[in-house]
Write a new protein. Structure first.
Length: 599
């Protein structure tokens, strides 16, 4: 009697896939509020009987037969039981994904070798499942439980046989999953990308055999903090954003991650690996980075990291953009790096407020790429402690240095030897670099600027409070915008009379607040300038001579100018000798509006 009862009660139940659904949880693309539609597939295999929980049942043998959608007499919660072969199941964030509430028994159900099995099933819970899911033939877990925000645990999940699975990309992405899966056989998995991205997962995985892994991209973009220092990563080529925005990760407090044996052939990506990993500060200086081709954003906003990595082999690295941006603790000597293939240094140390190359001047020894164009825009922007010599760099291939030292408030090194002949953008280069005076050397005047195409120098010395070196020999003939060039540069007062300003169209705020500037620029050709707003705001009769204002009126009125210009010279005064010239500018056809201090 006992065995008969066991067979009757448990036998058919044991082999059945039992789940609970709520028909009223409709969404775009779902069945109506009194229906359930099964997420079957054309590639699936089906031969089962389904008990719909309302006293009716159907035999299903084809994925799209009419009976795969069932209509109830009333909306409500229903327990459905599938008995027989059901292989192939894919919600893929569509259909009745919000209607399935729980699974109590897997039975002979097999999700099939397809992606996105329960993707988007935000109301699904699996904490009361009594048996183990059959994964025979399942090679992919891509998006399997993605978006399952109600799944915090899966009963008996650690018993699943995952030995055939080759990809787990985004398996638990955006879920609440946090069950022990340390027993999973992942030895064939090549792709772990985004597996736990935006999930609650934080369980030990130190026993996993990751020998086949080729991608860990975005894997732990969550709150994971376990020791995975013994993982075999020797075949992985993509670590991009592996711990991106993981504020908890510090390898479980263990330095073992330093033992990772990186791939040394082909290419390896470390782009954004520790971006905003604000707790991470373990040694990784032993990594063999010979195959690394990109470290952009590697430690971006990793505010705690400050470990020696000066021995890294960077010989194949082409991209260091944002590498230490806002890495506010980092200050190590990386002067021995081989950067000869790097083409992008943009914002490399932007906001790295502690960085000063570990106090060593050997960053001056960097040998830059000599065959490809290089960009250095914002490279040391707001790197407030940086002040090491870099004047030996061969910058002949550099095409951008805009905002390179913007806000680098201690930087004051001699850059006179830099070759600027291919550089098209120097705008804001020393903006708010409040200590910069070219290391006291006047030889910055020898810079050979780009003379073809376009050249941007607007705001170049804006609020560069102590800069006062000669630059009058610069050829700025292709410059079109001089706006804010010396805005707030309160010490600058050098002769610029030889500048070729023929192509300039805007001089807005060019000398705004440049209180020391008192030079004759009457020789400038301003025939194409249409904007003089704020040109010399702040000038007075004591800091700008009548002689120099006379020279402006006399010189500019003698050449063609754009009409209807508004220009200010503050309260600077001119003499009667310039009154006629001023009248030419203010009269027809020029019709300028001039603000000055009069005679």
């Amino acid at each position: 009697m006992g065995s008969l009862l066991q067979n009757t009660i448990f036998g058919r139940t044991k082999n059945s896939f039992i789940s609970t659904w709520r028909t009223s949880n409709t969404s775009t693309g779902s069945s109506t509020s009194n229906q359930i539609r099964l997420p079957l597939l054309a590639v699936g295999s089906y031969n089962f009987t389904i008990d719909w929980g309302d006293g009716t049942s159907n035999n299903i043998t084809v994925w799209n037969q009419a009976q795969t959608t069932h209509t109830y007499t009333a909306a409500g919660d229903y327990v459905i039981k599938i008995t027989g072969v059901c292989k192939g199941w894919q919600f893929n964030n569509t259909g009745d994904r919000l209607k399935i509430l729980s699974v109590s028994n897997w039975g002979k159900f097999n999700p099939g070798d397809v992606v996105a099995h329960f993707y988007g099933c935000a109301n699904l819970t699996l904490d009361s499942v009594k048996d183990v899911l059959d994964l025979t033939g399942v090679k992919t877990f891509v998006n399997s439980f993605r978006g399952c925000s109600s799944i915090s645990s899966i009963a008996r999940v650690n018993e699943w046989n995952t030995s055939a699975v080759t990809t787990m990309a985004s398996c638990f992405n955006s879920s609440s999953f946090n069950s022990d899966i340390s027993n999973w056989d992942v030895s064939k998995v090549t792709d772990f990308s985004a597996m736990f991205m935006s999930s609650a997962f934080n369980q030990p995985l130190n026993t996993w055999n990751t020998i086949s892994a080729t991608s860990f991209a975005n894997m732990f973009q969550n709150q994971f903090n376990q020791n995975i220092g013994n993982w075999n990563v020797s075949n992985c080529s993509n670590f991009s954003q592996m711990f991106n925005f993981n504020s908890a990760f510090n390898n479980g407090g263990s330095p073992d991650i330093n033992n990772w044996n990186l791939k040394t052939t082909g290419t390896v990506l470390l782009s954004g690996t520790f971006t905003a990993a604000t707790s991470f500060n373990q040694p990784i200086g032993n990594w063999n980075t010979a195959a690394v081709s990109s470290t952009n954003d590697l430690f971006s906003n990793a505010t705690t990291f400050n470990q020696p990595i000066g021995n890294w082999n960077m010989s194949n690295n082409t991209n260091m953009s944002n590498m230490f941006i806002a890495a506010s603790s980092f200050n190590q000597n990386i002067g021995s790096w081989n950067v000869s293939k790097v083409v992008n240094f943009s914002s490399m140390f932007g906001g790295a407020t502690s960085f000063n190359n570990g106090g060593s001047p050997n960053i001056n020894n960097w040998i830059l790429n000599s065959t490809s164009n290089i960009v250095m825009n914002s490279m040391f922007s707001n790197a407030k402690n940086f002040n090491q010599p870099i004047g030996n760099w061969n910058t002949v291939q550099v095409t951008r240095t805009d905002a390179m030292f913007s806000g680098a408030s201690l930087f004051d090194q001699n850059l006179s030897n830099w070759n600027m002949s291919n550089n098209a953008n120097l705008s804001s280069m020393f903006q708010n670099a409040t200590s910069f005076n070219n290391g006291g050397s006047p030889e910055i005047n020898n810079w050979t600027l780009k003379t073809t195409g376009t050249l941007a120098i607007n705001s170049m010395f804006s609020t560069a409070l102590v800069f006062n070196q000669p630059i009058g020999s610069w050829n700025i003939s292709v410059v079109s915008n001089l706006s804010a060039m010396f805005n707030g540069a309160v010490m600058f007062n050098k002769d610029l009379s030889n500048w070729d300003t023929t192509n300039i169209t805007s001089m807005q705020n060019a000398f705004f607040g440049a209180t020391a500037f008192n030079q004759n620029i009457g020789s400038w050709n301003i025939s194409n300038v249409t904007n003089f707003v704020g040109f010399m705001t702040g000038k007075t009769s004591t800091n700008f001579s009548a002689t120099n204002l006379d020279a402006i009126y006399n010189g500019w009125s003698s050449r063609p100018v754009k009409p209807s210009i508004s220009i200010t010279f503050g309260t600077a005064k001119h003499t009667a000798a310039a009154s006629a010239s001023k009248a030419i500018l203010t009269g027809t056809p020029n019709n300028w509006t001039i603000t000055d201090g009069g005679i």
